[in-house]
Design a protein around this ligand. Structure first.
Ligand SMILES: NC(=O)c1ccc[n+]([C@@H]2O[C@H](COP(=O)([O-])OP(=O)(O)OC[C@H]3O[C@@H](n4cnc5c(N)ncnc54)[C@H](O)[C@@H]3O)[C@@H](O)[C@H]2O)c1
Length: 473
């Protein structure tokens, strides 16, 4: 655990205080920020012909306070601590009143799915610039409120794709061999050696609905086991290996021995597998859903399995899922739960598709790297509530440069006013983009000193369009 450290009294505490409130970099300890980070910012430095990147810092890094809740993976904690930030780590989430107390003080908060960052909580977070969701989903955060107040949110949507793909491979074989039933029987003391309706998967056809991060990984693994792969996607996508895209869902359902869903939850994917689709499937085929619980009409699946149309199924996701572990999978949660549990050859898992040590570790790395890039360089690539803006790093040959970040309301005329303010300086590069009501401008300006930066800062802050101004150097 990285314990919180006191902010060291700097050589010029007054400037520090002013700079903190201004969002300026004044770190006397690290004027050029040339220490290579542990994850490759300075790879260019290894090449003698390339000028090393200058590591921007918003202010002395020991001033950056981070609160990590819910047992964020060690990989993420290590990356943040290695930046010299003050990292406070807690294993659990916090009740709202304690969360409000803590969030008032921090610049960065890292959470998983249990911590609810509502508008009520976020309005207390006066210093907060960024939220890291060390998980896939972001519906625990009021993304709009955060964006409207200049707080970027990052998550890790694809770190567990491989874990899900591997689970599906396991399930394909388990269903084809009725492993769940045989294992349950043995646990109950029954020896039941059967080969009837047990199959090899070699030579069978896998139909993948949604050929994105998970679907495409799965396709490679399935072909390695000798399966043929067809996929259906709303986007035209190049198939990996010898997999083939088909034009319609019906086409896929008519060919596949195993049908597996890997689509996002959208109005058009809700119950995309229902009674009609089960009728279009081959008799004796199998259905797998580890995407979202709304994608499959479960009463229709129960019907299709009872009639023998579907020979087996594996479900990892459900329309209603309990908030915690326990004895919850009954009709109180989903009205059909008891019927589902009574079926033969059905594998029911509690949303564990992405739950592996590897995925947690990858999430820790991906989210904390995004947080560092945002805190140190203002880069929003991968943010889920802000426009994605990137500028190449400043180099150590550019010592008097500063990076201006101006998050503002997306209203006409702002760029003209900002450029009037920046106009007396040499703007080396500039990028701006908007998302909904919020726009994000990033500009690198040269030949500036601290008084100039303070002047720029206060003039940008005085614009009525301002949401948040940060200046890094
Ligand atoms: N069970 C778990 O633990 C777990 C873990 C990770 C992801 N997931 C879920 O798996 C699903 C897929 O994740 P991913 O990372 O592969 O997503 P992705 O965004 O990479 O891929 C989704 C694919 O579905 C396609 N698609 C969208 N609408 C479609 C439609 N109507 N018909 C056909 N194709 C459509 C998209 O074009 C895209 O190629 C998501 O629902 C995600 O929430 C579950």
């Amino acid at each position: 655990m990285s314990s919180a450290r006191n902010i060291s009294v700097s050589q010029d505490d007054l400037i520090h205080q002013v700079s903190r409130s201004l969002g300026l970099s004044t770190s006397p300890a690290a004027p050029t920020h040339s220490t290579p980070s542990s994850f490759g910012y300075a790879t260019a430095a290894a090449n003698a012909n390339v000028t090393a990147s200058k590591h921007l810092k918003p202010f002395a890094t020991e001033d950056i306070k981070i609160l990590l809740l819910e047992n964020v993976n060690q990989t993420g904690r290590d990356i943040l601590a290695s930046q010299g930030y003050q990292v406070e780590f807690l294993k659990t989430s916090l009740p709202e009143d304690q969360l409000i107390q803590k969030i008032r003080d921090v610049h960065v908060i890292g959470i998983r799915s249990k911590t609810k960052l509502t508008a009520r909580v976020l309005q207390e977070a006066k210093n907060l610039i960024v939220i890291g969701c060390f998980c896939i989903g972001t519906n625990q955060v009021d993304l709009k409120y955060a964006a409207d107040h200049g707080i970027a949110v990052f998550n890790s949507p694809f770190s567990n794709s491989r874990s899900v793909a591997e689970l599906i491979i396991g399930e394909i074989i388990a269903l084809a061999r009725q492993l769940g039933d045989r294992s349950n029987e043995m646990h109950a003391g029954t020896w039941n050696k059967v080969s009837n309706k047990c199959w090899e998967v070699r030579g069978k056809t896998l139909g993948i609905i949604g050929y994105g991060h998970i679907g495409s990984q799965l396709s490679v693994l399935a072909e390695a086991m000798g399966m043929s792969v067809v996929y259906y996607d709303v986007v035209n996508l190049m198939g990996l290996g010898t997999s083939r895209q088909v034009d319609t869902l019906e086409d896929l359902l008519g060919q596949a021995d195993f049908v597996t869903c890997h689509v996002p939850e959208l109005p058009e994917t809700v119950k995309m597998i229902g009674q009609q689709q089960f009728e279009q499937m081959k008799t004796g085929s199998y259905l797998i859903n580890a995407s979202r619980g709304s994608v499959v009409d479960i009463p229709a699946l129960i019907q299709a399995m009872r009639s023998g149309k579907v020979a087996g199924a594996a479900l990892d996701v459900y329309p209603n899922e309990p908030a915690g572990n326990g004895d919850y999978f009954h009709n109180d949660l989903n009205t059909w739960a008891n019927d589902l549990r009574s079926l033969k050859n059905i594998i029911l898992t509690p949303h564990i598709g992405g739950s592996t040590e590897e995925a947690q570790s990858a999430i820790g790395i991906e989210v904390s790297q995004a947080l560092v890039k945002y805190v140190n360089e203002g880069i929003t690539l991968g943010a889920c509530n802000m426009p994605e803006v990137n500028l190449r790093s400043l180099t150590i040959d550019e010592p008097d440069h500063a990076r201006v970040i101006y998050i503002h309301q997306n209203v006409p005329g702002v760029l003209r006013r900002v450029n009037e303010i920046l106009g007396d300086h040499n703007v080396d590069k500039q990028m701006t983009d908007s998302k909904g009501d919020v726009a994000y401008l990033m500009a690198d300006i040269s030949n500036v000193d601290t008084p100039t930066i303070k002047d720029l800062y206060s003039r940008l802050e005085s614009l009525s369009s301002r949401i948040m101004t940060r200046i890094l150097y």
